[in-house]
Design a binder for this molecule. Structure first.
Ligand code: G4P
Length: 191
């Protein structure tokens, strides 16, 4: 997605440990017009997939997720990393290990928001090792629902997430694919 790639080129900064900082438009401050355009692109990619729900994970997946959900005309559901005080009902729970943060967290979704009839589009801001996306896919499958695809705003293609998800048979659509962050430079995979 050209606009997204231009934005990363203009505003992204590479941190020394191979992490891309995009807090001017995605991870802290949000660019709503760019999020809307992301929603438009995801709608065109998944318009024929019979999506009934978009699933993301708090917090940075919510902005692109809600725009995709709005344009597909379905609800957005976000997995929670901490159990909320009001979540007293039955929960789907998965453990997600973050290699970046070297910590495990528990992600939960209330059972009342996913059913066997659901066709779920998973959306996330970054794809690195694929653990968050896999955790969400396992939750969808626990519910007996189907994953119609996994949509990612920024994929770090030099990490194993994409291949893991493809090997498991998921459709993966990444709007910007980064080949390398070496020497402080962002290099993209051009489609
Ligand atoms: P994985 O889910 O693909 O396995 O990724 P990993 O555990 O390595 O990433 C953990 C967190 O770090 C996730 O956010 C992920 O989006 C983010 N992340 C991974 N690589 C980068 C990067 O290069 N740049 C930025 N900005 N973030 C990266 P999170 O902890 O869920 O944070 P948030 O959604 O609450 O913002």
């Amino acid at each position: 997605m050209e606009r997204l790639i231009q934005k990363i080129k203009q505003e992204g900064t590479v941190l020394s440990d191979g992490v891309l900082k995009v807090d001017t438009f995605l991870n802290h401050q949000i660019d709503p017009q760019l999020m809307w355009d992301i929603g438009t692109t995801l709608k065109s990619l998944f318009a024929e997939s019979g999506v009934t729900k978009v699933l993301t994970i708090e917090s940075s997946g919510i902005a692109p997720g809600v725009m995709a959900a709005m344009q597909l005309g379905v609800p957005l559901l976000f997995a929670r990393k901490r159990k909320s005080l009001t979540m007293r009902d039955d929960l789907y729970t998965e453990r997600v290990y973050s290699f970046t943060k070297q910590e495990e967290s528990e992600v939960t979704v209330s059972r009342k928001f996913l059913s066997e009839q659901d066709r779920v589009l998973i959306v996330d801001d970054f794809l690195a090792n694929g653990e968050a996306a896999l955790g969400m896919a396992r939750i969808v499958e626990q519910a007996g629902a189907s994953v119609v695809g996994i949509a990612i705003v920024i994929e770090k293609s030099f990490q194993p997430g994409r291949d893991k998800l493809l090997e498991l048979g998921y459709r993966v659509e990444s709007l910007a694919r980064i080949a390398s962050l070496q020497d402080g430079q962002v290099t993209f995979i051009e489609d």
